[in-house]
Design a protein around this ligand. Structure first.
Ligand code: DGP
Length: 114
């Protein structure tokens, strides 16, 4: 989508601190980190959010989690713990309408979330 900020990061039109990329996903550091480790794992294909996932996207979501499992080891939080968050819609405070998976770690994360 031409006006989507994460599509522009995927295309390279907007720079990012990229830590991983393959044919299906890109991962980069969040511009406004909420924890010592805060990355976003983003499908390259434009899907607005969880509600817009279609039949056939299961493999993509599974691949995202495989990438997360790899990156948390590389980032050193696999053993200490981390959180994967997908904010959805207005109440979920999703601000970028392109599906993305926050991975937060490197500190004790409070629960329940605010
Ligand atoms: P959410 O509120 O769940 O939609 O999260 C969107 C996240 O995206 C938020 O934590 C800030 C991050 N973000 C927004 N714009 C940019 C950007 O241009 N670059 C990077 N690296 N992160 C961004």
């Amino acid at each position: 989508m031409s006006d989507c900020i994460f599509c522009k990061i995927v295309s390279g039109d907007i720079p990012s601190k990229k830590i991983y990329e393959d044919e299906q996903v890109i991962a980069f550091h969040d511009i406004n980190p909420q924890a010592p480790v805060h990355i976003l794992v983003v499908p390259k294909k434009h899907v607005s959010g969880v509600n817009e996932l279609a039949a056939g996207d299961e493999a993509l979501v599974g691949h995202v989690y495989g990438v997360i499992a790899r990156l948390v080891r590389e980032l050193g939080v696999a053993e200490s713990g981390y959180r994967v968050v997908v904010n959805s819609g207005a109440d979920g405070q999703q601000s970028v309408p392109h599906l993305h998976f926050h991975v937060l770690g490197g500190r004790l994360l409070s629960w329940p979330p605010g």
